[in-house]
Design a protein around this ligand. Structure first.
Ligand code: PA5
Length: 518
């Protein structure tokens, strides 16, 4: 078995020689991987591969529209990419300009999860320092909003807002949009004249964008999952506006898809990754994946991958309804920086992980100086990677290495496609639905319940302004004794901001604190 392959069309190579894939394991997994290949083929031909949501899974079509399930899907994808190209060119050349100044000079993306992590990674990896700076609202943290507003400052009038939400109803994104709108309006600017939407047709966000005549709307489709949406408008629009070559990006992803479609587990890079994950974790995710790119530009890859892998594979039940508690933990930042942090434990602590090294052959644009005769700083970076890889192997730890010729739109597109496919194949091996996210949906509903409690609490506080009660007593007063703990924390939060009108008389222990209206 050959463990080290180069995939010329992608600019990537993969070496799984330190993952201990034995011939016996390969033989045992061959029939299962063949079934995974068949499932993948069915998925690509338009079968409902996400049965819980009754949806097709079509992200591979985004970079090869001719393979789409229907001609309508093909033309929708092609039109979207053409629209993105022309809109981005218009923005960059000043033909589409803001209300009160000649050109958009900054971008702010409002989105979360799959609607933010990918664009953040791509922008950090590929944007030129001379490109329009990009900012993100990827939370509902008021202080987080202010930090971004402070950086943008008076350039808000030259800032293009891109609101991204597939569902068009995600609360954090909605709140970010409202805060942003408020800023534009407070500065005497029209929000719609600075804003575009990326969302599913007919969503609440889409309707708002139509009603208010936003600058533009770009589609995402129900057959594209949030975390695999980077090759849709979600990833392409911010990238194109920043001047990133989206055609090369798509071509890299498409080239990788060609390699990962080959139904041969000995050469298909995504199959080799999925088998490596399976072998390291015994098919139950027993070992975590530590992502170590030795390149600052790829630092956000670990965060991006954490969502792609953990939201896709972290499932309580398999596709037959059996409780399985599957998952694959992902963490990591960058080398060699992490060698001065947790790599100590990787070498000397529990054998509960496998490392995924990312090496980049091209050090920088232009020539490097020599730090010492015949040695550059890039030689050190590469040397640290090789040294850590060797040290981990000597300590009996597993690792695999992906080498990129350079960090470019083509290799980054390929890298994303590689992991998207590996996740899909691995999900088949462990028999989970990689394309739904019931835990995320549950989290969204849970916050709504808390806000509903807060409304009831405020009503009770205002109805009895002289009362001073503990959280437990207020919970009883609104018939929410099951949530006394939540009520206590809500009161603590409300009373921390004098503008909310709630006061707190401290006691000991804190659960005996009394609260009421000012
Ligand atoms: O991958 C996913 O499906 C999620 O992480 C979503 O991207 C995230 O919850 C944001 O959803 P939306 O794009 O609908 O606002």
């Amino acid at each position: 078995m050959i463990f080290h392959h180069r995939y010329n069309t992608t600019g990537l190579s993969l070496d799984v020689g330190l993952m201990r894939l034995t011939d016996g394991f390969i033989a045992e997994m061959t029939p299962r991987m063949n079934s995974a290949f068949e499932e993948m083929q069915a998925l690509e031909s338009g079968k409902i591969a996400n049965p819980d949501e009754n949806r097709m899974v079509g992200h591979y079509w985004l970079r090869a529209p001719r393979l789409s399930h229907t001609p309508q899907i093909r033309s929708a994808i092609e039109k979207s990419v053409a629209d993105i190209r022309s809109f981005a060119a218009d923005v960059r050349d000043g033909r589409t300009c803001p209300e009160k100044t000649d050109r958009f000079r900054r971008i702010i993306v409002v989105g979360i999860g799959g609607s933010a992590l990918g664009p953040q990674f791509v922008s950090d990896a590929l944007a030129d320092v001379r490109a329009a700076p990009i900012h993100f609202f990827d939370n509902t943290d008021p202080d987080g909003f202010d930090r971004v507003f402070n950086v943008i400052g008076s350039e808000l009038s030259a800032t293009l807002a891109v609101i991204i939400s597939k569902s068009g109803g995600t609360r954090e994104t909605h709140n970010g949009m409202i805060e942003l709108r408020h800023r534009y309006e407070s500065a005497g600017l029209s929000f719609p004249r600075h804003t575009v939407a990326i969302t599913c047709e007919g969503s609440a966000l889409d309707r708002r964008a139509i009603d208010e005549h936003w600058l533009r709307r770009f589609p995402i489709w129900d057959w594209v999952g949030g975390r695999v949406s980077l090759t849709s408008a979600v990833g392409l629009l911010p990238a194109a506006i920043q001047g990133i070559d989206i055609d090369s990006f798509l071509a890299g992803a498409a080239a990788c898809d060609v390699c990962t479609r080959v139904p041969d587990l000995r050469s298909n890079p995504a199959a080799l990754l999925a088998l490596s994950w399976y072998s390291a974790g015994g098919g139950t995710g027993r070992r975590a994946m530590v992502v170590l790119p030795y390149k600052d530009r790829l630092m956000l890859f670990g965060r991006y991958l954490q969502q792609l892998v953990m939201e896709s594979l972290g499932k309580s039940h398999d596709r037959s309804g059996r409780e399985v508690r599957q998952g694959l933990t992902v963490y990591g930042n960058k080398g060699s920086t992490d060698q001065h942090a947790y790599v100590q434990q990787l070498r000397d602590g529990p054998d509960d992980f496998f490392a995924t090294f990312l090496a980049v052959l091209r050090d920088r644009d232009g020539r490097s100086i020599e730090i010492e005769p015949d040695v550059t700083s890039g030689d050190y970076l590469h040397g640290f990677l090789l040294g850590t890889r060797r040290a981990l192997a000597d300590a009996g730890r597993r690792s695999l290495t992906i080498t990129l010729d350079e960090v470019s739109p083509r290799t980054v597109g390929a890298l994303i496609a590689l992991f998207e496919r590996a996740v899909g194949l691995y999900a088949s091996l462990v028999n989970v639905n990689a394309y739904h996210q019931p835990g995320v949906e549950a989290g969204k509903r849970a916050a709504d319940r808390v806000i509903e409690l807060q409304h009831r609490l405020f009503a009770a506080l205002r109805a009895d302004p002289s009362a001073r009660r503990t959280g437990i007593e207020w919970a009883a007063a609104i018939q929410a004794s099951d949530h006394a703990d939540d009520i206590h924390y809500l009161l603590c939060h409300l009373s921390a901001d004098p503008a909310r009108g709630v006061v707190r008389d401290p006691a000991a222990p804190p659960s005996a604190d009394r609260f009421g209206m000012k």
